[in-house]
Design a protein around this ligand. Sequence first.
Ligand SMILES: [Zn+2]
Length: 232
Amino acid sequence: MSATALLRECHRLRLHIRELLAEIDRGPRILREHEQELEEARAAHQAHFDAITKLKLKQRDDEGSLKQTETRLAKLEDQLTGITVQKEYTAKLSEIEQAKAKKSALEDAILDTLMQLEEKTAAIPEVEKQWSLAQEEFQRFQAEAAERLQRMKNDLEVSQVELANYEAELPPDLKRVYDSLVRAKGPDALAGARNRICQGCRTAMTEAEFLELRRGEYRICTRCGRLLYPVE
Ligand SMILES: [Zn+2]
């Protein structure tokens, strides 16, 4: 393989390795995002049942209060028949009115709670379904992520061996230049040149320079300092 063809392969592999490493690096953050989604789904599921419990407690309290109010109302109405003084009678009537208003408000509240409970109870199958979908989704993600990570690690290993092999084939003088540039800039130490144009900085070279490059002589871009190789 010519020196420039070797440079092209080294560049391709170094870019590929950089992408793989970046993607492997992103893994933990993506996992955290999925864990957060699962946690939100768990919280929504729990909140639904907490709301039902709270409504049931409120219902029990209101029913207790309603019973008390009804007892008190019956007692007040009973007392009414024994009163002969007009002023006391009026006061008792007012107490009865207040008790009736309270009774009516409690009845409304109980009915309202009942409707909310019915609605929330009817929604349970959907809530369970959403929670179970969220868990399945997370498990699928975990399995896929593990498989993907393994694939990337294998690819990385193969690519690193392949890169080392190509690098070992570089002529010694080119290898020295290559090593020092790559140490400083990684994959960005290299660039293809298409139609005389450096793909790293878009600067054109002369036709003679491009011909040299195509003959297999390496060049360094005068503008950006990248090691060049020709691409068709
Ligand atoms: Zn350049």
